[in-house]
Write a protein that binds this ligand. Structure first.
Ligand code: DAH
Length: 390
């Protein structure tokens, strides 16, 4: 009996030593983290099985009850039961404490303080290039044009050959083109979409194609290696240069006002014949090249930068209009009658159909309209700059 009593005592001692880490949870709970409490709870469950399950030492001890002398059996039985009860009670108490802590911690984690002021989402706004592009798109859509969007990575065929710029043609050099390692060109002009659109839609066709173009230019105040162009194309029976001039003049009048006039200067582009560059009368001085001090005040009112202030002050002495540099004209883009070779490349018979095309860049135009002194600002994504176009 003495031996068995010692054995039970040993079981109790061993249990208590191992139970130590689950004891006193209540006082430890303050710095217990939810995750470690959850882990501890798992361990406790395993420990409970080990300590009280069928194969536990206390279960083994119960089997000894029948083996002690009958007169001592009662007392020994009580001893074992008392040890078992103590073990079970301690385990259950620890379990209850741990569960209580976990429940409270979970509630705390999911708690919402509805009285905290909300975070107002900052509403976005359009980039100046997008603003201008959409204004021009609206004008052309109202004149019955469709908007074409097309790829920025092209083959030499679409960037050059189909546009009547054969290999070795100097125009290939003047548009210093970026190439991918796979030999594709980042399109250097939106004129590529003339070909794509005619192949896709056939003729008659009236489209404009806004988009990004890429050229190997070193960035400075008026150059960036990626910029935006808008291409226009109209092909039908009986289209003449008069339609070109009428269309270009009409959209510029709608954008800058009824009194806007245009000017076409003979030029050369491989994909048009004849070709012309077009200018429009300055939207600030209306073609005079001079500005009154009131006009200047109005034209430099918005988005004035330190650099602009200087220019404005010095122009006060000469009264020279700034956007047109005193010439009264703003040069905008290229245009012409679509070259017969371009029509042929798209399977269109130049004996039946004729058309005009034009193309111009958006950055310099936007820079003038919004008083931006350096077009690089448009791609630096500095919110202090961008927020001025809200
Ligand atoms: N693609 C020319 C350029 O990037 C611009 C241009 C000129 C487009 C004449 C045209 C055109 O459609 O007819 O410089």
């Amino acid at each position: 009996m003495e031996e068995q009593r010692k054995q039970v005592e040993g079981i109790r001692e061993a249990f208590k030593a191992k139970f130590e880490r689950f004891a006193n949870l209540r006082s430890a709970a303050s710095d217990l983290k939810l995750a470690s409490a959850e882990a501890l709870s798992k361990e406790l469950a395993e420990f409970k099985i080990k300590s009280t399950g069928k194969k536990s030492e206390i279960a083994e001890a119960k089997k000894l009850i029948g083996k002690v002398a009958p007169e001592e059996r009662g007392r020994f039985g009580q001893l074992v039961q008392a040890a078992e009860k103590e073990i079970t009670d301690l385990l259950e108490k620890a379990e209850a404490e741990l569960n209580e802590f976990i429940t409270a911690a979970r509630i705390e984690r999911e708690r919402l303080d509805v009285t905290i002021p909300g975070r107002r989402p900052r509403t976005g706004h359009l980039h100046p290039i997008t603003i201008l592009r959409q204004q021009i798109e609206d004008i052309f859509v109202s004149m019955g044009y469709a908007i074409e969007d097309d790829r920025e990575i092209e083959t030499d065929y679409y960037n050059f050959d189909a546009l009547n710029i054969p290999e070795g043609h100097p125009a290939r050099e003047s548009q210093d083109t970026f190439y991918t390692t796979g030999g594709f060109a980042l399109r250097s002009q939106t004129s590529t979409v003339q070909i794509r659109a005619m192949e896709r839609r056939g003729v008659p066709i009236r489209i404009i194609a806004p988009g990004k173009v890429f050229r190997r230019d070193t960035p400075d105040m008026t150059h960036v290696p990626m910029f935006h162009q808008i291409e226009g194309l109209c092909v039908d029976k009986g289209i003449t240069m008069a339609h070109l001039k009428g269309t270009v003049t009409e959209w510029l009048k709608r954008l800058f006002g009824e009194d806007t006039v245009t000017r076409f200067r003979p030029s050369y582009f491989p994909f048009t014949e004849p070709s012309a560059e077009f200018d429009f009368s300055c939207f600030v001085c209306h073609g005079s090249g001079r500005v009154s001090s009131e006009q200047r005040a109005v034209s430099s009112k918005e988005g004035e930068s330190a650099g602009e202030q200087l220019t404005a002050n010095s122009s006060q002495l000469t009264d020279r209009c700034r956007p047109c540099k005193g010439s009264g004209w703003i040069e905008l883009g290229g245009s012409g009658m679509v070259h017969p070779n371009v029509l042929r490349a798209c399977g269109v018979d130049p004996a039946v159909y004729s058309g005009f095309a034009f193309g111009f860049g958006l950055e310099r135009m936007a820079a003038m309209m919004f008083n931006i002194d350096d077009i690089r600002h448009m791609f630096e994504n500095d919110v202090r700059f961008l927020e001025q176009f809200k």
